[in-house]
Design a protein around this ligand. Structure first.
Ligand code: N2P
Length: 380
């Protein structure tokens, strides 16, 4: 296992170098275009949906999650403007969308948030028959359990979550969550600003499933995390890019991070390394969804279909260092990205649950407990 983990670490690093990922935040621009309301053409079902001008597409997505060149190419080819705002967790995305006042066309929620968004009436059917490039999606990502029939989602990218360090500052003696969850308090570290990732990692460290709905197990994770966030070395919660920048600056010893976000920094500094802790970790699939309130659904579908083009899809993953679910894109992927176990976890790791897909919790007590634990941790 040690040797395998070391190999993974080495290949992750090489991938970061070979794919030439640059650390460059997606430019977020404010739209100047005004939305044209055309109440005469609205039907009763769409009365609350603003009709856009068809010239401005607004996307709400995870940070550093697209190649800016792809956005520019789409703008140029269609003569439109694309505005991208970013978030660091599904929960933050949901809060903003439910808060109203935004008029995004598209978002990139994770698999385990789709049913939550459906219940909140935030999605509209994608109609994959309107997406000729949907045929390119790899069979394993078609008709997923979180969205039977791909009524509302297409898969965008996926990745596991690991622990990262800057070898110029600190080299861990083991590849274990115990570095941060154990009793020692000598290291400086940050955790992801993402409840399912943080509580999921604690559950994994304790030997439980990331999708545990057992109240005693969740309480055990809570008790552990209370001690972890009370450590002097705990420097707070951060998003993937923020954690990467702290590692680049040499400000922390360890950071929990989505693997792709770390690899985007490895091109800048090859001393950045990441491993998947031996106790196991999370993986999730992020999707592209058409929001119910989308002012420009036709343009949004054009964007989704463009992203599903093999070369475009590969360019995005080659830039972001995230896993790619597009079968036709595979031949254009950087070799180490294509064959890397962090992006294509082995059947053994998936089967054993060492790399475990985050799934939506059944409604009721466990999600409420998750929420309470998270609020308590964040308020410290
Ligand atoms: C991008 C993070 C995407 C992975 N910054 C989260 N599922």
């Amino acid at each position: 296992m040690r040797a395998k983990a070391a190999l993974l670490q080495a290949s992750l690093l090489m991938c970061g170098l070979l794919v030439g990922c640059q650390k460059q935040a997606v430019q977020t621009s404010q739209t100047q275009a005004s939305q044209t309301q055309n109440s005469q053409t609205q039907t009763s079902q769409t009365r609350n949906v603003p009709s856009g001008d068809g010239r401005t597409l607004r996307i709400f997505m995870w940070s550093d999650y697209i190649d800016p060149q792809i956005v520019k190419d789409f703008e140029k080819a269609r003569g439109v403007r694309v505005v991208i705002d970013t978030y660091e967790s599904n929960e933050a995305m949901l809060a903003k969308l439910q808060g109203g006042g935004s008029s995004y066309d598209l978002a990139t929620p994770s698999n385990y948030f789709i049913q939550t968004m459906l219940r909140a009436k935030l999605l509209q059917p994608l109609k994959t028959e309107l997406l000729p490039n949907f045929k390119n999606v790899a069979a394993g990502f078609v008709n997923p359990g979180y969205d039977p029939g791909n009524m509302y989602t297409v898969p965008y990218q996926y990745a596991a979550t690991g622990l990262a360090y800057n070898a110029a500052r600190y080299v861990p003696a083991s590849q274990s969550w115990s570095l941060i969850f154990g009793p020692a308090d000598t290291l400086k570290f940050v955790l992801l600003d993402d409840p399912r990732e943080v509580i999921g990692a604690a559950l994994k460290y304790l030997g439980y499933s990331v999708n545990s709905a057992s109240v005693p197990q969740l309480r055990a994770a809570r008790d552990l995390l209370r001690k972890v966030v009370a450590k002097r070395g705990f420097l707070g919660f951060d998003g993937g890019p923020g954690t990467r920048n702290r590692l680049l600056a040499g400000d922390i010893d360890l950071g929990q991070i989505y693997v792709g976000d770390l690899l985007q920094g490895a091109a800048e500094n090859p001393k950045l390394r990441v491993f998947l802790p031996r106790e196991g970790t999370t993986i999730s699939t992020d999707t592209l969804v058409l929001l119910a309130a989308s002012p420009n659904p036709a343009l949004a579908r054009e964007f989704i279909d463009t992203v599903l083009e093999p070369k475009v899809s590969a360019a995005i993953s080659n830039y972001t260092s995230y896993g790619n679910p597009n079968a036709a894109a595979r031949r254009y992927l950087a070799p180490l990205l294509r064959d890397n176990p962090a992006f294509n976890p082995s059947q053994a790791d998936l089967k054993s649950g060492r790399v475990e897909l985050i799934e939506e919790l059944p409604p009721g007590k466990p999600p409420r407990l998750f929420d309470r634990v998270w609020s308590e941790l964040k308020s410290r």
